[in-house]
Design a protein around this ligand. Structure first.
Ligand SMILES: *[C@@H]1O[C@H](CO)[C@@H](O)[C@H](O)[C@H]1NC(C)=O
Ligand SMILES: *[C@@H]1O[C@H](CO)[C@@H](O)[C@H](O)[C@H]1NC(C)=O
Length: 218
């Protein structure tokens, strides 16, 4: 390889791994969701501008208090392009998270976005792991903010005595979620046991137990 080709390749790799959603090329493009659309990078086709109304830029889905009676004690409400098509091509989204005391948002990653976490009220332990396997964490209180770099494994745990309310903002209209445990033990079809026993250096009984907890569940 010539030095120029090597440089071009390195630059291409760097640029392709550092871009988030593409920039919009018009004021807005209110999405028309359809089952055949691929919502990820390509986005949705635009609603004709003559059909667009103020309601297309308005979303009430984060207003309601949600139930946290589930095994993790956490409930996430999302405003992304799937639930709020007005976000199409805007390059951002937001979620509201309610944590019961002891509630956990289990380890997961967002492959397409950096995440800003802002505590409205409550006390949460938040942490992420870098590619060097260093664990960065902090206890956040009312009004505190923390940033989770794109793609890093992270979690939030309510260490306070009351419900914790958190808003999280993403620089993608559809950040995506890949949950750590279900990605190994809750896949469809299953990852073969011999891959997991060797990967985790445990007996097959341990793998079966873990699969029983995550098959057909979140
Ligand atoms: C736009 O509005 C017209 C008139 O109300 C309607 O017939 C048409 O289906 C709408 N198109 C879209 C894509 O919403
Ligand atoms: C989140 O809350 C909504 C509204 O209360 C409820 O319908 C939904 O089942 C809850 N999800 C979980 C995972 O608890």
């Amino acid at each position: 390889m010539s030095p120029l080709l090597i440089l071009t390749t390195i630059l291409a790799v760097f640029i392709s791994t550092s871009i988030a959603d593409p920039d919009p090329i018009q004021d807005f493009c209110v999405g028309i969701p359809a089952p055949t659309n691929s919502p990820a990078y390509t986005g949705f086709p635009c609603k004709p501008e003559s059909n667009v109304t103020s309601d297309d830029f308005y979303f009430t889905g984060l207003a309601a208090t949600v139930k946290t009676y589930n095994r993790f004690g956490t409930n996430v409400s999302v405003a992304n392009v799937d639930t709020f098509p007005g976000l199409n091509t805007m390059g951002l989204s937001i979620s509201r998270i309610e944590h019961a005391p002891g509630g956990l948002n289990p380890p997961h990653t967002h492959p397409r976005a950096t995440e800003m976490v802002h505590v409205i009220e409550g006390r949460i332990l938040i942490g992420f792991v870098s590619t060097a396997r260093r664990f960065y964490s902090k206890v956040l209180n009312d009004g505190d903010t923390f940033v989770i770099p794109r793609g890093m494994v992270h979690f939030e745990y309510n260490v306070g005595g009351d419900t914790a309310r958190v808003m999280t903002a993403f620089n993608s209209q559809l950040p995506g979620v890949e949950a750590a445990a279900p990605s190994l033990f809750g896949t469809d079809p299953e990852i073969p046991d011999f891959v997991l026993t060797k990967s985790l250096q445990v007996d097959v009984g341990v793998i079966r137990l873990l699969k029983s907890k995550f098959q057909n569940q979140n």
